[in-house]
Write a protein that binds this ligand. Structure first.
Ligand code: AMP
Ligand code: GLY
Length: 423
């Protein structure tokens, strides 16, 4: 099989490493990919949101299967365009990807089908939002831009002043463009967060092993929100009992709700959950693999990932048994100094050989090859993943490796997994 993976980050690298293990695959391409990915796949300079470009590339390289990994092309209908040309794909079509593409859609879906989530209200006028927040007078409150916003469309104001400033940025200054035409204001929930990625063919749903992300830039969950600074798997807050409740009240009802809406979801559905005192609730849905969750989940996958992708394509997922490694895994992200604000690029990365290091797997998120040398090329640069018999062991291995990798002003959190170890 010849497989094309669309995207360019650590998640895509983890997908490619998993696909590479498949005995059915003899060629992997990636667009646009990155420096580190080019050790594992042939990279093509076609943008991940360039639908026509990707369809043409799939034809040029005679791809048998195309995996669309990022949110934007999924929400824009890249899978539909590929299917129209006869390509087999992994990822939801446009109608189903709206579950991530519009928070208003996903909140209304959950309300309609009784899926537990934070209470909310939808607004299209900034003055109405402010009046509502003033009247409610409950802080912190949560304000979310309706559409995609590079993971930055959520603000959690502690005061009315902060809320007013945030609403102005989203709805008037339009810092996220049309994504801010509507906003959702919702109740602030508390409790540990759990990420559950699930395979689904629209008929059955098979959750993967659980994980925990660390979204803030600094230790102790301080600093700005980022794409994710590290992950661990499993997530100890996701007990067997919680898993059962999630399956009954969240996972199956969501799949059924999407079917009833005529938006059958096929691919990886990401459940961002909060385990509140009143039980698990949905914080967000994503229509794709999480980043950096994928970097701890897929290393534990024992089943051939192409068998899973084929089964989803053929709607025979229920017949497939998916096996997982019992070991724990941990991923520490090494980011450019300054991230998630501005940061330099092009700094030489030292300590790796062909992009890798013994004992761990290094997933490349933002790297480039310049005159044969690996250099930084993004905010998140590397994700260093290790497996261990215990989470503690996995974390130790991962941090030991991180210390051997160098680039100027590299920033990483020192407390990835701390909350999980304390559970
Ligand atoms: P999202 O982009 O929807 O995942 O939101 C980003 C982060 O904001 C989440 O991971 C949570 O930590 C936080 N968050 C979102 N919604 C809520 C909520 N209703 N209550 C508390 N925290 C929230
Ligand atoms: N790690 C969160 C996300 O992929 O959206």
């Amino acid at each position: 099989m010849r497989v094309l993976v669309v995207g360019s980050g650590g998640r895509e690298h983890a997908l490619i490493k998993a696909i590479k293990k498949s005995e059915r695959v003899d060629y992997i391409a990636c667009c646009p990919g990155n420096g580190g990915i080019s050790y594992d796949a042939e990279c093509f300079n076609v943008g991940a949101t360039d639908i026509n470009g990707v369809v043409k590339l799939a034809k040029d390289i005679a791809a048998d299967f195309v995996v669309v990994a990022p949110d934007d092309p999924l929400v824009d209908g890249m899978v539909d365009a590929l299917n129209a040309e006869g390509f087999k794909t992994f990822g939801p079509n446009k109608a189903a990807a709206i579950i991530e593409g519009s928070k208003v859609f996903s909140k209304n879906l959950m309300l309609k089908y009784g899926i537990p989530t934070a209470e909310y209200k939808v607004f299209d006028k900034p003055e109405d939002v402010i009046e509502y927040i003033k009247e409610k007078n409950e802080f912190p409150t949560v304000i979310k831009a309706d559409g995609l916003a590079l993971g930055k469309g959520v603000i959690i104001p502690e005061t009315l002043e902060e809320a007013i400033a945030g609403v102005k940025e989203i709805m008037e200054d339009k810092i996220f463009g049309a994504s801010g035409n509507n906003v959702v204001v919702e109740e602030f929930l508390t409790g540990p967060e759990v990420s559950v990625l699930a395979f689904t063919d629209g008929k059955c749903v098979k959750p993967m092993v659980s994980s925990m992300d660390h979204k803030r830039a600094l230790d102790g969950d301080r600093g700005l929100n980022t794409g994710g600074m590290g992950t661990v798997s499993p997530n100890p807050y996701y007990t067997g009992e919680v898993a059962k409740e999630c399956m009954e009240k969240i996972f199956l009802p969501t799949i059924e709700a999407m079917n009833k809406e005529g938006r059958t979801f096929k691919g990886c559905l990401y459940f961002g959950l909060m385990i509140t005192p009143k039980g698990p609730k949905v914080i967000e849905y994503n229509c794709r693999f999480g980043d950096p969750e994928t970097q701890v989940v897929l290393p534990r996958l024992k089943t051939d990932i192409m068998d899973i992708f084929e089964a989803i394509n053929n709607e025979t997922l229920s017949e497939l048994s998916i096996e997982w490694d019992e070991r724990a895994s941990a991923c520490v992200i090494m980011a450019s100094g300054g991230y998630p604000k501005s940061y330099p690029k092009g700094l030489e990365i030292k300590g790796l050989s062909d992009g890798q290091l013994d004992g761990v797997t290094v997933y490349h998120a933002g790297t480039a090859l310049k005159e044969g040398k690996l250099v930084t090329a993004g905010g998140r640069v590397l994700g260093v993943t290790a497996l261990g018999d215990t989470l503690k062991e996995a974390l130790e291995k991962s941090y030991e490796a991180v210390k051997k990798i160098e680039f100027e002003n590299a920033h990483y959190r020192k407390d990835i997994g701390k909350r999980a170890l304390e559970a």
